[in-house]
Design a protein around this ligand. Sequence first.
Ligand code: F6P
Length: 372
Amino acid sequence: MKRVMIVTGGGDCPGLNAVIRAIVKRASQEKDWEVIGSIQAFNGVLWEPSELKVLTTEVVKGIHFQGGTILETTNKGGPFAWPVKNKDGTWTTIDRSDEMIRKIQYLGIDAVINIGGDGSQRISQALYEKGLNIIGVPKTIDNDLSSTDSTFGFQTAVEISTEAVDKLVTTAASHNRVFVMEVMGRYAGWIALNAAVAGGAEVCLVPEFPYDIDIVKQKLEARFKRGRGFAVVIASEGAKPKDGEMVYEENTEVGYENLKLGGIASALIKQLKKAGFEPDMRETVLGHLQRGGVPIAYDRVLAAQLGVKAFEMVLNEDFGKMVAYRHPYFVAVPLLEAVAKPNLLTLDNALVKTARGLGISLGIDREVELKK
Ligand code: F6P
């Protein structure tokens, strides 16, 4: 009997269950393969007693359209930074990776498929360097991995954001208001820009292009005549003014190493008021609504393709690699290459040009906007 263990790590994302199901279904076509799931990323292995779940075709029946992950997930701690409480009540982290690898071997697990974003795939690479047979599957609603054309969950997040813009437009028009809608994306503006183009926003602010509040104000003022008009601004959570910082919360969660971004919508409204913008403004923060619920068909298909390919990479012993979508193929790219650089918006990106062609302001210098 051979065993492959599935791990879902980092923030959850619509389509995770579709990947799990695809791996299990593909594995069931081979003789003598058992699929195991580790609960809550690698914690299932690290906990005493361990929490592992045998994943049969019966267990994964019908889960392809369920949101979240049946294996649970976490974006804190992990084998290299396991949180431990000191006697004085403070926390520290320890490296438990060697112990975890020994345990995986003791459990008779031949290979691991780690479904996660850039942070998780960095862990995959580090474990691979220590001798673990591991394969990565890219996951993030942010679409910020450069080695794959797209990541599952992203299109679902865009769909949810676009539906929200559609709703905000009608109430904005009724009340002659400006709505600032804050979306996720971390340091990448893909969700924001796609929703802005699909939903028809007037302004889209993204982390890659620090904005000028006066340009945002002028664009919005042009939408109002004698106090009447409306507009929708989409602000990516990592957006920042050209002379300022991203908005984030002080982090108090043990083992959580990411910046807790959030608050740009309300900060922007304050900046606009300070700059003298008069119409009514309201904010909407979509938050985790973008990550919850069922994956749209596109993401289910992408997830299924990634899952099947990942298991085939296990069969081929193609370890230390991540499955990537490079249209029209699914290829194996070395994990090192996969996490080398993030996928960020650039001024010459086709979607950025389209947004400008539609008259969507990015809140940046007009000269720069017109030259590109
Ligand atoms: O990376 C995915 C993501 O949803 C980001 O867009 C967001 O900043 C972050 O995760 C939120 O993470 P958490 O689940 O810790 O709130």
